[in-house]
Design a protein around this ligand. Structure first.
Ligand code: HEC
Length: 336
């Protein structure tokens, strides 16, 4: 057999061996990707309702008119967070007018902020975001009573309020574990949740409904969806020595589906989590978020760590990711 044929078959054989071993998610060449440091903060029960209320008077008007963004008022000139996050986490600060607690259940020693790094890259199929953060690895090491650790990212390309306020447009006072959450019984009796066999209120965009029990008509919702109002969601969850990538979306509800076959999207080693999220550039769903090279997408990041469940996460202000173009985080084109 001529040498070139041997080489060719040799390469093919390697591929066949490699594919089942790495299985799931092909990883880009991270050596070429740029890395950014991000700060996340503990929001307590800070919701869209708080942000647009008299309790946040100086910010509220700017927000309801989609003018100044969070970072304009809460990041100093040298990029430092100007927000009472430590006081929120410890329960030391209350809302200005209502005097409601920012954190009704403070946990001793909980820090107000945490840092993570994010590297971004893309190929012809996916955008990849690699997050790393220091942790005790409770979810991975199964030391957190079954509460996984997790990084979740919301994506949207066209919605101006998402670009400025990020995840906060999906967080409300009446969500599950938030102060005005309706009882499980009430939720289960509501036709929308009842027909879905549900008793909890999950994230929803403020423009898809005014409150948990509000219903807009289908035409109105479809119009907003066609305008790109849906927020896509990708997360990597660490539990008991495994990492699982989940995908879903947020609009009038949060829908999350386990992606079959996409396990092993990260690990916990030497006191650090590494999670690789991948988002398909061309969404398979007509209302999903699709991104092309040269475009910019906005993201909001949430990290659950240290046995934190539900609302007790750290969150980021929104950031932009550019595919081969200038943004807060520039993703470089790489080969798989
Ligand atoms: C126009 C400026 C402005 C914008 C935009 C703004 N804020 Fe504020 N925010 C303030 C001011 C000023 C306070 C201090 C309380 C007050 O006087 O209302 C505050 C207070 C807060 C607090 C209470 C803790 C503290 O540090 O006092 C939180 C939490 C908060 N803002 C979050 C946000 C988030 C999240 C966004 C974006 C969704 C945002 N803010 C947008 C001006 C702003």
């Amino acid at each position: 057999m001529p040498v070139f044929k041997k080489l060719f078959f040799g390469t093919l054989a390697c591929l066949f061996v490699l594919v089942p071993l790495t299985g799931h998610a092909a990883q880009p060449d991270w050596g070429k990707a740029s890395t950014a440091k991000i700060v996340l903060f503990y929001p307590g029960v800070t919701s869209w309702d708080f942000l647009t209320s008299d309790d946040h008077r100086l910010g509220g008007r700017e927000i309801t008119q989609t003018r100044k963004d969070c970072r304009h008022c809460h990041l100093s000139k040298n990029g430092e967070l100007d927000l009472k996050a430590d006081e929120i986490a410890s329960g030391a600060v209350r809302m200005k007018r209502s005097h409601n607690a920012f954190e009704p259940e403070p946990a001793a020693g909980k820090k107000g902020t945490m840092q993570a790094t994010v590297a971004a890259a893309y190929d012809d199929e996916f955008l990849y975001l690699k997050f790393e953060w220091d942790s005790r690895g409770g979810g991975w090491l199964a030391k957190s009573d079954g509460v996984p650790d997790r990084v979740s990212v919301q994506f949207n390309k066209t919605e101006p309020s998402f670009r400025k306020y990020g995840c906060f447009i999906t967080c409300h006072n009446d969500l599950n574990t938030m102060p005005k959450s309706p009882s499980k019984k009430e939720v289960a009796a509501d036709p929308f949740y009842g027909s879905r066999d549900r008793d909890d209120v999950r994230l929803y965009a403020y423009y898809a409904k005014k409150s948990w029990s509000d219903r807009k008509n289908r035409q109105e919702l479809d119009k907003r969806l066609k305008e790109g109002a849906r927020i896509d969601l990708v997360s990597v969850e660490f539990i008991d020595g495994k990492s699982v990538l989940d995908e879903g979306w947020i609009f009038d509800d949060r829908v999350l589906e386990k992606s079959p076959g996409i396990g092993d999207s990260g690990s916990f080693t030497s006191g650090k989590y590494t999670a690789v999220l991948r988002k398909r550039l061309k969404s398979t769903d007509p209302y999903g978020v699709s991104i092309k090279p040269g475009e910019v997408v906005s993201i909001g990041v949430a990290i659950h760590d240290g046995g934190a469940a539900k609302r007790k996460h750290y969150v980021s202000f929104p950031m932009t990711v550019g595919l081969g173009t200038a943004a807060d985080i520039r993703a470089e084109m790489v080969s798989k």
